[in-house]
Design a protein around this ligand. Structure first.
Ligand SMILES: NC(=O)c1ccc[n+]([C@@H]2O[C@H](COP(=O)([O-])OP(=O)(O)OC[C@H]3O[C@@H](n4cnc5c(N)ncnc54)[C@H](OP(=O)(O)O)[C@@H]3O)[C@@H](O)[C@H]2O)c1
Length: 238
């Protein structure tokens, strides 16, 4: 198991938005590597894949409740986790809307939903929970290659692109405010992956990508500063 830079064994990851898709698979991957994991879901009554995983995890996976668009829920989550020290805080939750609509035709409600869910809410989570993260720990978010301004030569998926570019800016601002911190900050661009959000035409599977995503996160532990990386650990241009 890679060093987390902390004394805690086994180390602990908090994955926000872990009910299904990439967040669920990342949770399973951390468990496979011997970590303890706290995973959050919006609906605690639903029989999600995360709940099935918790049943098989010998107490190493705790399921907690959070809708990231409900900031009033954050103090309760903080209180429930106050006794734990996190080596990794990773905000995976995200959404999209009709990807074909050019930006000027996007309904205001859709714009607000995607921007709040993908850019504002993840930062609210990080601001609210960051004191639970070890001084040498890692704070990450699921960005996207679509958030790269440099690489956008085609347009399309425009609100989504804008939301992830905004997320990149906000995490960079947060990291800049941390001063001399030892923490690592990662904006992950995982690639186009077959999930509910990625859709059936995505070229990559969860199984082939998530281990690489977790490899990259663990490789950044102990490296202070912010990095926008793909699943192979390559820097993505802003
Ligand atoms: N798949 C791709 O190709 C791809 C590429 C680049 C980036 N990403 C990013 O990867 C992340 C995960 O996407 P995915 O592909 O795994 O999609 P997914 O299967 O649709 O899963 C989305 C996850 O986000 C959660 N979520 C959505 N809104 C939430 C909210 N308000 N509060 C709490 N949780 C919320 C969902 O919870 P519920 O079960 O409650 O809905 C679910 O766990 C997203 O940030 C996405 O933008 C995906």
């Amino acid at each position: 198991m890679p060093s987390t830079g902390t004394e805690q064994h086994p180390p602990t990851a908090l994955v926000i938005g872990a009910s299904r898709g990439l967040g669920h698979a990342m949770t399973a991957e951390f468990l496979d590597r011997g970590w303890n994991v706290v995973g959050t879901v919006r609906d605690t009554t639903a029989r999600t894949p995360l709940r099935d995983l918790a049943d098989r995890a010998d107490g190493r996976l705790t399921v907690e409740h959070l809708d990231i668009n409900e900031p009033g829920q954050l103090p309760t989550l903080h209180e429930r986790l106050a006794h734990r020290r996190l080596d990794v805080l990773f905000v995976n939750a995200g959404t999209t809307s009709n990807e074909q609509t050019p930006i000027g035709a996007v309904a205001t409600a859709d714009f607000i939903d995607v921007m709040v869910t993908n850019a504002l809410s993840p930062m609210r989570v990080i601001e609210a929970l960051e004191d639970l993260v070890s001084p040498a720990g890692l704070i990450g978010v699921m960005s996207s290659g679509q958030g790269s301004i440099t690489n956008n030569t085609t347009g399309g998926r425009e609100v989504y692109r804008g939301s992830k570019a905004a997320l990149n800016m906000f995490l960079r601002s947060f990291a800049a405010r941390q001063g001399e911190t030892q923490r690592a900050f990662v904006l992950m661009a995982p690639g186009w992956i077959r999930t509910a959000l990625g859709g059936p035409d995505a070229p990559f599977t969860i199984e082939e990508t998530v281990p690489l995503i977790v490899d990259v996160l663990l490789s950044r532990l102990g490296t202070p500063g912010v990095a926008y990386l793909d699943r192979f650990g390559r820097t993505v241009p802003w």
